[in-house]
Design a protein around this ligand. Structure first.
Ligand SMILES: [Mg+2]
Length: 419
């Protein structure tokens, strides 16, 4: 039976109310309804500059997931400026020539164009053959930021308004660190995060033999107790049989999900079989580049939790589309997020638009993945860093992404060869 809220307006009541409120209602066509105090729409706006800023920060000690180590953090920012003085910021990873694609191929498509024609520009950026998901993502986020600022609306408002004011956060933490044993490092880090107010946290796993890694995870569970949500990321260190055995042990330790234990890649080979073999949720998809690559994995259920990243997978609109597509197949979408303040802000706006996973009163909400490792691009870059409150972040309400970038800090970390 169709259930209808007693509070909803029927068609006649809506038109009567609209007339009383002084709204002009025309039959179709542009400007169908105009509020008494409309947002002033900029009459002319043209993109004048598209700049890229590769940022690098050297770490005092190399760290990383189970399968790699690095003594450096890096990210790529994009700034789109207009003749009105308004500008927007985007972020992505400079992998495989992303910066060159933005500068040589996408910038010429944007210069002189009106950023309010976002949808048209977005189609042109992709081109006819599903172009580069990272390059398009950075531009798409900057266009969202710019368009929101031009119209005086947050990104969430551009999509019709947010569904929540804050989101739960999980700390992406516990990297392996050079010269430290995870047996002592990880439980101590988990305890410190719990003390800071994080109610969910993710730990790297898969570097050592299975018994050693499992003992570390068991120690973390023992340290934080049963009420902290634990997640783990294998970063491609396992074979399929190893991942099945390991995943069954994670079930006993009450982990929330097991992320990407098998080698990554757009084909995510074997993940569908792994997902069918385990009760624990299998998460994956951070390297997906578009709705096209996400589609097959949703249909064949490669993951219980799909993790497209708005900075790597075509931008905010593309990941929103993927999240809706996943929902049709009862696959949870928890976007990947592991970069700087712009990535966090874009993901927060996106998360504000995603409904709870079910209609149940205790349904899980989407969580923000929040990198808590040493990363100056997270806190230094913005004038108002995010503040954890009851394990959650408030979603910024200002225009665009709702953040203000400190350009002095951009200059501080910009690589010298590119300044
Ligand atoms: Mg991961």
């Amino acid at each position: 039976m169709l259930v209808r809220s007693s509070g909803s307006l029927d068609r006649r009541a809506f038109f009567q109310g609209a007339a009383a409120a002084g709204l002009t209602i025309a039959a179709g066509g542009p400007g169908t309804a105009q509020a008494a105090d409309p947002v002033q729409r900029p009459s002319a706006l043209a993109i004048t500059r598209v700049e890229t800023f590769p940022l690098i920060h050297k770490l005092p000690r190399a760290e990383g997931p189970s399968t790699a180590m690095s003594a450096m953090r890096d990210t790529l920012l994009v700034k789109i400026s207009t003749d009105s003085g308004l500008h927007g910021w985007g972020e992505t990873a400079d992998v495989g020539g992303t910066r060159g694609i933005i500068e040589d191929h996408l910038r010429p498509l944007l210069l002189g164009k009106n950023p309010l024609n976002h949808r048209k520009l977005w189609r042109e950026l992709w081109g006819a053959n599903f172009g580069d998901g990272r390059a398009v993502a950075a531009i798409d986020i900057a266009l969202h930021d710019l368009r929101g600022k031009a119209l005086g609306m947050s990104v969430a408002e551009l999509y019709g308004g947010r569904l929540r004011d804050s989101v739960p956060v999980y700390a992406a933490a516990m990297n392996y660190k050079e010269g430290l044993d995870p047996e002592t490092q990880f439980p101590a880090e988990a305890a410190a995060l719990a003390k800071r107010g994080f109610r969910a946290m993710k730990v790297r796993t898969g570097r050592f033999d299975m018994r050693r890694d499992l003992a570390v995870l068991a120690k973390i569970r023992e340290t934080v107790g049963p009420n902290i949500r634990l997640l783990t990321d294998g970063n491609g260190a396992f074979t399929l049989p190893q991942a099945v055995r390991f995943g069954k042990e994670l079930e006993k330790l009450d982990f929330y999900f097991f992320e990407e234990p098998l080698p990554q890649g757009l084909n995510y080979a074997g993940y569908d079989e792994l997902t069918r073999s385990l009760d624990i949720a299998v998460a994956g998809g951070e390297v997906l580049d578009s709705r096209s690559s996400a589609r097959d994995h949703i249909v064949k259920r490669s993951f219980d939790v799909i993790q497209p990243d708005p900075t790597l997978c075509g931008g905010i609109g593309e990941v929103l589309f993927i999240a809706e597509m996943a929902r049709l197949f009862s696959v949870q979408c928890l976007p990947h997020c592991f970069a700087g303040a712009i990535a966090n802000a874009a993901t927060l706006q996106l998360l504000s638009l995603l409904p709870p996973f079910t209609f149940g009163y205790s349904s899980d909400e989407p969580m923000l993945e929040y990198d808590v490792n040493e990363n100056p691009f997270r806190d230094e870059l913005v004038r108002d860093p995010l503040v954890l409150e009851n394990g959650r972040f408030h979603i910024p309400t200002g225009p665009g992404l709702g953040i203000e970038i400190n350009e002095e800090v951009v200059g501080k970390y910009r690589t010298k060869s590119n300044s």
